[in-house]
Design a binder for this molecule. Structure first.
Ligand SMILES: [Zn+2]
Length: 315
């Protein structure tokens, strides 16, 4: 029976001023100054050169307090997968060491993979959720949105299934509605027509689904102010900075005067951009703005006129 510990302890991380036993050097190789080990790091006392760092944590793995002592191992759970990514992936052709598998073994693995896939998806509910998640993934990738929005949209879609909102509704409409819901919860300036351009459903279907989500799940949506739309619309239209600045001022003034209350924020932003372009002498047509911002020309003109009148009055 071993009496001595199997692994020698080089030093105690908690003890300061320990001789640097891990390094063969006794003095700094750059300035020949004295070395000193502190908190597991060996560094020169003269020039600060780091000779060796030793950052292994030898304490036992931490446990979650309320999680029934589950050890923290393996990949993190992903809300973007219907089973949170807990199941095994069975590979193809080669084993873990990179050796090519014989034909007999490959056939066996193909059969196993089929059974595994059936067991993994199991119910129709899971398959629907998986389809919705891949649609959310496709949409958020096409619109170049960050992963946090994808994860939040997937969480909302999962909640929708829990609330039994899938029956009688199209997943192609629920997926963009979830993405829009995630954006609204984060207070990000997007409009449904912008999303629907890349979705597999029309705007009215997506809006209907979003309204159902909003009502049934009681989404914590935040109000979006017209000013939030200006930077994204301005860069999409590729207008000079002075137009963007002017439009921001116009919208801010309108908000102070109480003109934006009850109006569509994206419409106010589009109208302000058109007015700002005209005031600064930049050529920008209503049709161009309407096409880029998914705001109808009628709405744009209405807000443009209202903003222009307010500006005349105040000046
Ligand atoms: Zn040194």
């Amino acid at each position: 029976m071993a009496i001595q510990p199997v692994y020698d302890r080089a030093f105690d991380e908690d003890v300061d001023d320990h001789e640097p036993e891990l390094t063969s050097e006794r003095s700094c190789e750059e300035c020949h100054g004295r070395l000193r080990t502190r908190d597991g790091e060996t560094a020169c006392t003269e020039c600060g050169l780091l000779i060796r760092e030793y950052r292994l944590d030898h304490r036992p793995a931490p446990f979650y307090e309320d999680d029934d002592k589950q050890p923290r191992t393996g990949a993190p759970l992903s809300p973007t997968l219907h089973d949170y990514g807990l199941t095994t992936e069975i590979g193809y052709r080669k084993d873990a060491a990179g050796n090519t598998l014989p034909v007999r073994k490959r056939r066996q693995l193909t059969r196993l993979r089929r059974h595994h896939s059936n067991a993994r998806w199991g119910t129709t509910a899971n398959k629907n959720l998986g389809r919705g998640f891949s649609e959310i993934g496709r949409l958020t990738t096409a619109l170049e949105m960050p992963g946090t929005i994808r994860e939040q949209a997937c969480t909302i879609l999962r909640a929708a299934q829990r609330e039994d909102l899938f029956s009688g509704r199209s997943i192609d409409a629920l997926a963009p509605a979830s993405v829009y819901a995630a954006l609204r919860c984060l207070g990000l300036p997007w409009t449904l027509p912008e999303l629907a351009g890349d979705a597999c459903c029309d705007v009215s279907a997506a809006r209907q689904s979003y309204n159902v989500l909003n009502r049934e799940i009681e989404l914590p949506t935040r109000p979006v102010r017209p000013k939030a739309f200006i930077p994204r619309f301005a860069s999409a239209l590729d207008v000079p900075a002075r137009v963007r600045r002017r439009a921001g001022e116009l919208v801010e003034q309108a908000a102070q005067d109480g003109l934006t209350m009850g109006s569509k924020p994206s419409g106010v932003a589009a109208g302000a951009l058109y007015l700002a372009a005209r005031k600064t002498g930049v050529s920008l047509t209503q049709v161009e703005i309407a096409e880029t911002t998914s705001v109808t020309p009628v709405t744009l003109r209405r807000h443009y006129k209202r903003l222009a009148e307010a500006e005349v009055e105040s000046s």
